[in-house]
Design a protein around this ligand. Structure first.
Ligand code: PMP
Length: 417
């Protein structure tokens, strides 16, 4: 199996990526938005891509990488899984954005209700932000209360009530958001007290996967306390499973803890890269979900729904979570051995399916930045401060090949550490 070709003979100023960035800067504000702007990443990150297949990604300069970002989560089976693409293409030939949904909408809702134990119904939209915002609106409609408890530092999307940047956001946009610290019962109960009788929902991500810090699994105490508070007050427990959904458990990321939410937000991996989001919920919230006004011009498009049906069926057949975990373990163990041999201390946190890799005492990401830049130069696409993602296309052979690249990258880190 060939090692990904990372070398490029093109001088940097004539590099297709550099040229596209120059053109983008003239016609796209800031050159690119949000986390797709690579300005905050170490040198060497491509911004534009030509193609992707399996766990390989090719940038516009023709450099190929073994991809450990999986498009920030959507790619769970591998890029362009033929089975999913065939289902999408077949639906696309029949119709995509029509005057209303295709029959696949009902089939997909049925499949989600069968797959997810807490789900009695489902609604669909496009992005994770749509799904989290819909959950918040349903919770407020059901309870006729206003306050939403959100963990400090958790990401739930990029609209005024939740975006991490306060630029262009007013205090009023967040007037009814109260913050608590993930896994911290004291701060949770004090936030509940602050909400007084006006608590509409507690919102939490599957586990603590905030950027730039070690990942943290939820404690059972934390999950059970949130459940209890919601049971006692009638508020909705909302699981934001947008990032972790289907990688840890097909029934929702808290299934292994035996704690079930009232509402869940899904997106990213549910259609293996096709644009789709979903909200699932319990019967108690069905009427409220039917009462709110939500829609979007593309929310009924049939192609992503056909892709989601094929994706979920394939995940059911594949023992996906266990396989992704094994692949992640293989990668992590390999990295750990390489680092130990060089006397480097790695901090590897969170579930193996979504590994986060930080260096000890590296708050400014000096070592992390060099490591990922060297990994890129050796054909491995990693991230210095965001959790990464495994897919079912990460075979043992691909991971071992990636580890050859990380070995060279870690040697470069050891020279400056
Ligand atoms: N919630 C979580 C936990 C996420 O990770 C994200 C996206 N990174 C979102 C919500 C928002 O999803 P989207 O970018 O599709 O709007």
């Amino acid at each position: 199996m060939p090692f990904p070709s990372s070398a490029t003979a093109t001088p940097i100023q004539d590099n297709p990526d550099t040229l596209l960035r120059q053109r983008a800067r003239r016609v796209v504000p800031g050159g690119m938005w949000g986390h797709m702007n690579v300005a905050s990443l170490p040198e060497g990150y491509p911004q534009f891509y030509r193609s992707a297949k399996g766990c390989r990604l090719t940038d516009v300069s023709g450099r190929e990488y073994i991809d450990f970002m999986c498009s920030f989560g959507p790619i769970i089976l591998g890029h362009h899984d033929p089975e999913i693409d065939d289902a999408a293409i077949a639906q696309g030939r029949r119709g995509d954005t029509m005057n209303g949904p295709g029959e696949c909408l009902v089939e997909l809702a049925e499949l989600l209700v069968e797959t997810i134990p807490h789900a009695d119904w489902a609604t669909f939209s496009k992005n994770g932000t749509d799904a989290t915002t819909t959950c918040v609106t349903i919770a407020r409609a059901a309870t006729r209360r206003r306050k939403i408890l959100v963990a400090r530092g958790s990401y739930h999307g990029a609209v005024p009530w939740c975006t991490p940047s306060l630029v262009g956001v007013t205090a009023e946009d967040r007037a009814h958001i109260i913050y608590y610290d993930y896994n911290d019962l004291e701060s949770l109960t004090s936030a509940v007290e602050q909400a007084k009788g006006d608590l509409a929902a507690i919102l939490a991500t599957a586990y603590r996967h905030d950027v730039r810090r070690a990942q943290e699994m939820p404690t059972l105490d934390f999950l059970r306390t949130m459940r209890q508070i919601c049971d006692d007050t009638g508020a909705a427990l909302i699981l934001d499973d947008v990032r972790a959904g289907f990688r840890l458990h097909l029934g929702g990321s808290w299934e292994v803890y035996g704690v079930r939410p009232d509402l869940s937000a899904w997106s990213k991996a549910i259609a293996n890269g096709y644009p789709l989001a979903a909200v699932t919920g319990r019967d108690a919230f069905r009427e409220a979900a039917a009462s709110i006004y939500i829609t979007g011009s593309f929310w009924c498009s049939a192609v992503p729904m056909a892709a989601a049906i094929a994706t979920i069926r394939k995940l059911h057949r594949s023992d996906a979570a266990a396989k992704l975990e094994r692949a992640g373990d293989r990668f992590r163990n390999g990295l750990q051995k390489q680092a130990a041999r060089l006397g480097l201390s790695l901090q590897q946190t969170g579930p193996s399916q979504m590994p986060m890799l930080l260096f000890e005492d590296d708050a400014e990401f000096r070592l992390g930045g060099l490591f990922v830049a060297e990994a890129l130069a050796n054909g491995v696409f990693l991230h210095p401060w965001h959790n990464m993602f495994l897919s079912l296309a990460h075979s043992d052979a691909e991971i071992d090949l990636a580890l050859e690249g990380t070995a060279r990258a870690l040697e470069a880190v050891a020279r400056i550490a």
